[in-house]
Design a protein around this ligand. Structure first.
Ligand code: PLP
Length: 437
């Protein structure tokens, strides 16, 4: 039975209140309240928010330095040096000197902002160059840019689907994809994560309709690959199109960095590809690559594209350089994967549960909210920065820390992090890892 956060019943253990047992509640409990004023959140939320102050402290951490493998946080008003496993800077390009030099040059030639929607005034020669390079790199006729990854996913799906269509999504899909379907007012069907039979059943329920299967290259919370071969086979059998979100995989996986579609050898079979510049590119923004015909249409029907300012040219110049480095320096990808494999193997040898992860994104499953936040502070105080991920972002039993390994972590960074994890998560159980390598 769901908890009632507004319950004023006395504390008796069986009927927890937000004050007596705040860890029994989650964001999922306060979406709807009975306030008549839309600016007034449900009173139970405000009480709960106060009661979980210690947990809230771990969110919106303030960086005092760059998103590098080692950085500094403001923790309780003081500078705290940390090993960073929370940034998506997978290839270390965010702070690469050549990327910074390219951005600096564009700042001088093009100024700070695009100052307009790409359709009316925000498109620069740098934007056009990036569109062309992305299309060539990925082997599509055209590519278009969005000023955020979230906006790109939302804009592509809502721009393509209509009320009578069906969006068929993996149930671990990112919210930007689900919100795209909501905005399109399209019918949304979920299938079980990476389950070809469940996908087949979902598609079978909608014969005769236009269907778009929506999956991810690497799932952002679980760190496992989408089973793209199986997805393509099932979708083809139903004459459904497939939309692949390569937010976490683009540039960081595949022999040439062309994402999970390259990794699985399905590049030629996928007709529309979406990704972000906020992860391995180390910047911000999103893109969609596909046929010219599709993108000519999308450029006029995707609201986040038409009605929002274009990416700042300074960012576009940095992305162009990141693309060049990511495609000409395969050693960056090799280092990322070597680091991921090492960290993964060591975590597992410590008995730490990393769920289904097979990539550089690793959940460290805790499964208990109170423990998550207590450990979160301990880890941070010991100099390890991992992000807490709570329900409803993940199922209750998968409440976890998420660790993102990057190419720029040294073996010493990884070993120090492993020691901190072992000391904090498994006290008195395990030996130190000083000589693990
Ligand atoms: C799978 C997935 N798609 C889309 C996005 C949105 O990207 P951005 O953060 O660049 O807006 C994210 C963000 O983390 C993501 O994980």
């Amino acid at each position: 039975m769901p908890l009632n956060p507004d319950s004023s019943a006395p504390e008796n253990g069986a009927n927890p209140t937000v004050e007596s047992d705040p860890n029994k509640f989650s964001l999922g409990d306060f979406l709807v309240g009975d306030s008549k004023d839309p600016l007034k959140p449900p009173p139970a939320f405000t009480k709960w928010h106060r009661a979980i102050e210690r947990a809230v402290e771990l969110y919106e951490p303030v960086l005092l330095g760059p998103a590098e493998a080692r950085t500094t946080l403001n923790y309780r008003g003081k500078s705290l040096p940390v090993i960073n496993f929370s940034s998506y800077n997978y290839l270390g390009l965010a702070n690469h000197p050549e990327v910074i030099a390219a951005a600096r040059e564009a700042l001088a030639t093009h100024g700070l902002g695009a100052c307009g929607s790409p359709v009316l005034s925000g498109m620069s020669d740098l934007h056009r160059q990036l569109e062309k390079r992305m299309a060539e790199f990925l082997g599509y006729e055209d590519a278009m840019l969005f000023n955020s990854g979230f906006g790109g996913a939302l804009g592509a799906i809502s721009g393509l689907l209509r009320k009578s269509d069906v969006a068929v999504m993996d149930n671990r899909s990112h919210l930007s994809l689900r919100d795209g379907a909501v905005l399109a007012r399209t019918r949304c069907e979920r299938f079980d994560h990476n389950d070809a039979e469940s996908l087949d059943a979902a598609l079978s329920r909608h014969k005769g309709k236009r269907k778009l299967v929506i999956v991810e290259g690497i799932y952002s919370m679980d760190g496992d690959f989408g089973h793209l071969n199986e997805v393509m086979d099932v979708a083809d059998a139903h004459e459904a199109q497939v939309f692949v979100d390569e937010a976490h995989s683009m540039l960081a996986c595949g022999e040439n960095g062309r994402g999970a579609v390259e990794h699985f050898g399905v590049e030629r079979r996928v007709q529309i590809l979406y990704g972000t510049f906020s992860k391995a590119f180390g910047a911000m923004g999103g893109f969609v690559a596909g046929s010219r015909e599709t993108l000519d249409y999308l450029r006029f029907y995707s609201h986040p594209y038409v009605y929002s300012c274009a990416l700042p040219p300074v960012v576009v110049a940095g992305i162009l350089k990141a693309l060049e480095l990511g495609t000409t320096r395969p050693e960056l990808r090799s280092r990322l994967w070597e680091n991921a494999e090492y960290f993964h193997a060591q975590l597992n040898s410590l008995g730490i549960d990393t769920g289904d992860s097979t990539t550089y994104i690793m959940p460290i499953v805790i499964g208990d909210r109170e423990r998550l936040y207590q450990l979160g502070h301990e880890l941070r105080q010991r100099g390890l920065w991992v992000a807490p991920v709570d329900y409803p972002a993940v199922p209750q039993d998968k409440i976890c820390f998420r660790a993102c390994v990057t190419a720029n972590h040294t073996r010493a960074d990884l070993d120090e992090a492993l020691n901190i994890l072992s000391d904090t998560l498994l006290p008195a159980q395990l030996p130190q890892l000083e000589h693990a390598h």
